[in-house]
Write a protein that binds this ligand. Structure first.
Ligand code: PGA
Length: 250
């Protein structure tokens, strides 16, 4: 069975509420007839209520860039999964490389967040990927396997169905350098084989693996037409409606 592709926008720490609103006014009509793939947008927490309101009744899903693993508690600056659900969010990114790099998120924390998201029915996009030094040292495969094993600890095949993985080579994020479609497909095959080892071939074959890292309108088609690439996680090029629309129309 063909996997439905997911085209996702990671807005990072960009846009005011007014800018987010203007984006939706322009973007929603552009993709209203887009039913081939799923589309999801991940804005900053402060934008979420307004963006969820703006996207209501459309074909665009909204998620958080991060959640905490605890249900609630004294965690200043954090957002709980219950808070996300209460305002109508449906997805979350987990373990984005910027969270790993600047906020010390480990595979263990990623694993705890994944358990929490699945328990509450939030669709998680688990982000993995090697840094440049690891690629150059020939360690890409072992890094990806370690990240997958860490993230998936204690996750059963029954619970795993909603999980989406985003393979984002860290050296390609925000740098204008992309993995070639062949490099990305090769990494995806490694990830899928590891998921198959952990959770069985049926789960692995159904799991969507997105590519992220400098996806732009001019390289989207070559990447997204690879059978192994089940969608894209787009940062910089998702901030403008026409550019994100062009990627979604690869
Ligand atoms: P980029 O970001 O498209 O700007 O490289 C991708 C990401 O961080 O998810």
């Amino acid at each position: 069975m063909a996997r439905k592709k997911l085209i996702a926008a990671n807005w990072k720490m960009y846009k005011t509420p007014a800018e987010a609103k203007a984006f939706f006014t322009e973007f929603l009509p552009l993709v209203a007839a887009q039913t081939r793939d799923e589309i999801a947008i991940f804005p900053s927490p402060v934008l979420l209520p307004g963006v969820i309101e703006a996207a209501k009744g459309s074909n665009v899903a909204i998620g958080a860039q991060n959640i905490h693993f605890a249900e609630e508690g004294a965690y200043t600056g954090e957002t709980s999964v219950g808070q996300l659900i209460a305002i109508g969010g449906t997805h979350t990114l987990i373990g984005h490389s910027e969270r790993r790099q600047y906020f010390a998120e480990t595979d263990e924390i990623v694993n705890k967040k994944l358990h929490t998201a699945l328990k509450h029915g939030i669709i998680p996009i688990v982000c993995i990927g090697e840094v440049l030094a690891e690629r150059e040292a020939g360690k890409t495969e072992s890094v990806l396997k370690t990240q997958i094993n860490g993230a998936f600890a204690g996750i059963t095949a029954e619970a795993a169905a909603p999980i989406v993985i985003a393979y984002e080579p860290v050296w390609a994020i925000g740098t204008g350098k992309t993995a070639t479609p062949e490099m990305a497909a090769e990494a995806h095959a490694i990830v899928r084989a590891e998921v198959a080892k952990l959770l069985g071939p049926a789960v692995a074959n159904a799991m969507r693996i997105l590519y992220g890292g400098s996806v732009k309108p001019d390289n989207a088609s070559a990447l997204l037409n690879q059978a192994e690439i089940d969608g894209a996680l787009v940062g910089g090029a998702s901030l403008k409606a026409d550019s994100f629309k062009a990627i979604a129309s690869y």
